[in-house]
Structure formats: C-alpha cells, structure tokens
Design a protein around this ligand. Sequence first.
Ligand code: FEO
Ligand code: CA
Ligand code: CA
Length: 605
Amino acid sequence: MEEEFSNHSDNQTFEEVLNGYMSRRQLIVGGVAGAALMFMGGSKVSALDAKPASGAALAKRAKIGFTSIPLQSSAMPTIAPEYEYSVLIPWREKLDGSGKSFDYAGFTADNQALSVGIGHDGMHYFGDNKKGILCINHEYGTTPHIMGKAVPTSLDEVKLSQAAHGVSVLMIENTKTGWKLAKSAKNRRIHGNTPMKFSGPAAKSDLLVNAAGNPVLGTLNNCANGYTPWGTYLTCEENFNGYFGTADTAWKANTEQARYGINAAGFGYDWHKFDARFDLANTSYANEINRFGWIVEIDPENPKSVPVKRTALGRVKHEGATFVEGKDGRAVVYMGDDERFDYVYKFVSKDSWKKMIAAGKSPLDEGTLYAAKYLDNGTGEWLELSPKNPLLAGWKMDYILVNTRMAADAVGATKMDRPEWIAASPKGELYVTLTNNTQRGTTGRAGVNSANPTAVNSSGHIIRWKDADKHVGKTFNWEIFVLAKDVADAGGQMFGSPDGIWVDPEGRVFVQTDGAQPGGNNDQLLVADPVTREFKRLFTGVKGCEVTGVTTTPDRKTMFVNLQHPGDGSAAVSNFPEFFVGASGPVPRDCTIVIKRINGGVIGS
Ligand code: FEO
Ligand code: CA
Ligand code: CA
C-alpha cells in the first residue's frame, strides 16, 4: 500500500548531495555509476568488495537453472515449466483443520475470528520438511472485498473487517494430497481486537495511555515480518493511520500526527463512524493512534501468550523486521519505513541475545535504534536515535520512540524511495527494496540523492550494503544492486515496484513485486544472481494481485508465497482461486501458493 508523503524535513537536499556526488561520479565504484556499468556490459565491480567479480566467484555462485517465463496478464498464475504450484489456506478457511470454509454469504465477525484472515502478506514457517507452524500476516481487507459494499454501515461490519486483519498462526502439514491446514490447538487468530501489551523503554509512557484507561487492543496493517532465533514471530504494523478518522471539523492533526499522515479522512475505511476507538477527536481514546505503528512479537507455540509491542524498535510505518546475529551475539534488526521520503532503520541489542534471554530479558527491549544516512561516496552512517546524540539533546526517549520519524528527521537521515523489505545474504550483506517514488523530483528537498538517483522513480530499485563490525558498527558500504527500469528480458523491462525480498543460504536473491508491472502485466516472483545481477522470472500472479511473503521448509524444496487481493477484490477482474468463471462468479480469495520443483530440488535451482 502507499499514500502521500508526510516528510517535509530538509534532510539530504539535492544541493548537499549532488555537489559531492557529481564531482566524484567518475571515480566512485558502485553507487549508480557502478550499476550503470553493469547494464552496459561493463566490468563487474562492487562497492562492497571493490574488486571485479573473479572467475572463481562467478563459478562458485548457486545456479539458477529454471526456464524464465514471460510477463503475463493471465487470469491464472503461471510458473516456470520445471515447477508446479498449489493453493493453501485461502481467506475464510476454518481454523479447525476440517478443510472447510465459511460461506461468503452471511459471513460475520465471529466467523472471521475462527478462520484464516484476508490480505495475506509477510510470513514465516517454523517447522520441519513435513509439518510445522506457519505464521502469516493479514495486511488489509477493504470493505468492498470483505462484504461487497463500499463502506461499513454498522459496528458489526467494522468488527468483521478488524477480525480479518492481524495474524494467523497455523499448523500445516504435507499429506499425500499436498500441504494442508492441520487440526491443532496451536491454530490461532490474532486480530484488531486481540489483547496486547507494551514492553521496552516507552511501555509506561503517557503517550501510550488513553484518558479512560482503555486496554491495549489489536494489531493492524500487518505488512512484512521477521522472526527470531528464540522462536518468535515478528509482525510489523504499516499504514495504521488509514484506519483512524473523525467527522469533527474542529479536529486538527498536531505536528506529530501530521508527520505520520494522520488526517480526518483516513483512507476512507470509515471505522471511526461506528467504533469510537478510531475517532481521532474522541478524548477517551486520545492516544489510541500512538498504540499502532509498532513491531509486535508473537510466541507461536503458546496459543495463550499475549502479543508484545516492542517499543525499543520505534514507531514508524513498519514494513519488516529482519533479524541477524551481530558481533558478540547481539540481536540486530533491520527495518524499513514504507512511505515516500522515509527512512531505513536498525536496532542493536545491548548484549548477547542468548545472555539476555537467559537473564529473563527480551533482547528487543534494551538496545540502540539508528536511522541510515547514505553518503554519495558509497559509504553510510548509522545515526543514533537517543538523547545521547547531540542533535537530540533534551529529547525524551519515550518521545523519540513514539515519534521516531521526527527524531530521524532531526539527525539528518536520508530520504528514501519507500523502503520495503530487507533481506540478509549468507555473506552478511543486506538488500533493501525501494519500491518506487513518483514524487521524487530533480531538485530541492524532494530531489534525487545518490541512494535514490531516479527522478519520478516509477519502477523502484534495490540497494545492497554491508555493515561494519559485524552489524553493530556505525558505518556501512553500499551500492545500488539494480535500478528496476534497467533490468530487461526478451519482453522488455522485466519488473517494477520490488517489495518482498529474500536471499537464500546459497545467495540467490528472490524478489517479489507489488505495483504496476511493465505493460500492465501481473505481479511476479523473480530470482536474481547476486554476482551477475541477471534476473529470471519464476512465477506470475493473477490480475490485480500482489505477490508477497516468502518462506520455505528447511530443505528449501517447498516454498510458500502469497497472492494478496487477487482481482483487487473484484470477481470481475479475477476470482482466483475459485477459478475464473466470469464477472458473476464468487469473490476472489487471498491465499498462499505452495511452490515445488516437479522433480524435487531446491527452489530457485
Ligand atoms: Fe505493505 Fe509497504 O507494503
Ligand atoms: Ca507494497
Ligand atoms: Ca510490502
């Protein structure tokens, strides 16, 4: 999802960046100059190792052996000829493992709370090659899709929509007839009205307290995800602002609210008309909106556990939360804030995650939060977001964590082209997708910079970097991995709007798209070679859907990806996976796609 930008700070002006950038343009290795060389057939150079890819590096890389398929605008998904797919856990499938689904007609909030949510997005599989728990985000479900009307007309309808959001925790197993949802006491829905709690430095802040002492409820707009080595799932709250609004014409957004794009209309969901919790002017819920925009930790093994909003990781429109183990065993989490001109972040825990867990502490409750600044010479800096930073002297820590964007503005982070997912490679490099930014200009506060070099960036790009000091340092080296507009196959430009990204343990880069594809074609899943930066197309979705979420079994012979909002919720566009029977057919259902190589083998090979 996207919306108008709200960052009007002065960070990284065109003049500041470009003066240095242009003068060094012929000299720098990597950055956009390096990327341009790549596509002109120039020498294979990388800012990260600063030497051409040798024959040995080229020979060692994992093979991407499948036949790349063309772009598609088909009603059904397509997949490379060596592969096959099947459908798993569509929206409305009952959690009881019966394989049955609630009917669309007469579908209620109570039904929804007992079945798979809508808007399948980021996910992670915790299990072996045959059985395990799939934790899956349900980002959003527009009212037209869920109940066939433009806006809700009752509180019951609002509750239905709220119950469709959040997370599903699902035991799945590979049976003789394929992967199925299993019967399990661990099957669980977490949604917009599930009790939650806060933890970390801002947990007790007045900024998170309602005047009436209302309980902390719900998670919304759960976009990308993360997971930890201690077995928990991280779900990330993205465009939370869209659910709030007010009919009170006297209400005005304050500075902090405006920085998060909070306004009286919201995204037109109209929840505030029936549920006072979402009315910005209702003083009983004065800080309710501050309770969203967090990373939420869930224990999938304990169905009675209360999800925890981890305040140390800051409040932004969180896209994902990518864990890596840093120096001395510290927990490091990389995160994007998906809005035009917003930032990339990382969190570093205070101590080794194993020591903290052993001491009964969460590694996600104590540590340091940083925002990224990309310099035009291919290096970058992590800017600390705490009162220890002289640029934030006098700021209170809870204010910084609740208003993280404002702290990042103040320290001079680099305004990016919508940071989406971040993936870690086996070499310790990070990749971040910058999905697009059509409002990027050529000059001024919203003008191009070296890390976001395309004015009117309608196709997006991917940056790759390496952190100093095993992820805990304050500097990094970066380069542009690809500008999507420059990647072509026989059918022309290969993709646009990169969003989901995952790097497998052999280095293959899986890229998913969400947005306009070249020629108006369907969203897709591609696999890229990290050395040559060649892309192959493995899978294409259906009309109107986003391809998102990627996780595999440990042997990587089964991959799960999601089709979110097939047909954009309209049966006239697509009713996959109910199979295409025309405009009067049943509504389409968001679902998971199981991908396998027909003759076995690792996905991507
Ligand atoms: Fe939910 Fe930024 O995609
Ligand atoms: Ca997206
Ligand atoms: Ca996304």
